[in-house]
Design a protein around this ligand. Structure first.
Ligand SMILES: [Mg+2]
Length: 168
């Protein structure tokens, strides 16, 4: 596997780039994935266009394979090529002692097999517990719940810009 030159930004999907709801919100959904209406976070295309010029892109969600494929087709399409789009099968399932349910861990060391060193990888995710093994690589973002006035993706662009300046 050749070593990749650019940095890699890995996106979570739910509540990071999209919001899926069983009930319709007051504005049009981007698409339907029955029984869900899927809403795109505002400024998604603008954000992707800007960062695709500088970074490699990928997706890692703890949702099902079918759902990830549907969202990736609609959100990224052929316009924003992805290095990979991983779903729940690549996550590590752990019992969460607080909720007595499961938490799905995204262990970023798995990405090293794709030719990226750990320090080249950033994971944008609204759930810090899923990146608990590599907190330094986590780029936190507030959960998107379908509001049209959400500006978190514009803020993300600014934060990435200042990260780059700081590293230079
Ligand atoms: Mg999420």
């Amino acid at each position: 596997m050749a070593v990749k030159k650019r940095k890699l930004i890995v996106f979570d999907l739910d509540e990071t780039l999209v919001h899926a709801s069983k009930t319709e919100l007051g504005h049009p959904a981007a698409f339907a994935f029955p029984p869900y209406f899927v809403y795109q976070r505002p400024f998604l295309a603008e954000m992707l266009t800007t960062i695709a010029a500088e970074y490699d892109l990928a997706v890692w969600s703890s949702s099902s394979r079918e759902y990830v494929d549907a969202v990736v087709t609609h959100v990224f399409g052929a316009r924003y090529p992805l290095q990979f789009a991983w779903s729940v099968e690549r996550c590590v399932q752990k019992v969460d002692v607080r909720s007595n349910g499961y938490v799905y861990i995204k262990d970023l060391r798995k990405i090293q097999g794709q030719g990226y060193k750990l320090e080249q990888i950033m994971m944008v995710d609204d759930s810090p517990e899923k990146i608990a093994r590599q907190p330094k690589n986590h780029v936190a973002i507030a959960a998107y719940t379908g509001h049209q006035d959400d500006r978190a993706l514009l803020d993300l662009l600014q934060r990435l810009k200042s990260k780059n300046t700081a590293a230079a």
